[in-house]
Design a protein around this ligand. Sequence first.
Ligand code: SF4
Length: 195
Amino acid sequence: MDISRRDLLKGTALAAGGGLVSALGFDLRPAYAQSRELKISNAREFKTVCPYCAVGCGTIAYVHGSGGLNTVNSVIHVEGDPDSPINGGTLCPKGAAQMQLAVNPRLEKGPKYRAPGSSEWEDVDWDWAMDWFARKFKDSRDETFVARDEQGRTVNRCEGIGWVGSATVTNEDAYLITKTMRTMGLVYIDHQARI
Ligand code: SF4
């Protein structure tokens, strides 16, 4: 068989894209099915939701590890949930890479602080960061809280603080954050997934 470089690339792309009967004449389906089975064999399956945007695609995360206290549990594969009515098993490229949120070694593990006027971030511990945050939050709220509007109506709102939830905030966390911020009187609340 005379195969050009273009034919080879085309065949590979077809196979990767789901065509699976390659232009080279091989049926790659058994090989792909086998490699997938090997990858997730013995893994536990968790249904979850992609946190990146408001579409809310259903996702299955495969985790190796028994779940015991002294075992290492790690996400080894993530794919679209075929039972989800939202995405029917598909994921966009961003969602397909969502396991990086759990495993990427470049993820920051702790808080960082950049002092006013400084160009450098410094590592700080959580106690320091939470104290700093609580102090700033309280001061800003005290300075900008509006109990009554210009017509004398009770509004009890804080106009000096806005809150934007991160893409990795779960629905449950987002619910709790929203309730907490509304209790504090915040009116400017949003979430990255909606933006
Ligand atoms: S980022 Fe992509 S995979 Fe995730 S919810 Fe949005 S569309 Fe779905």
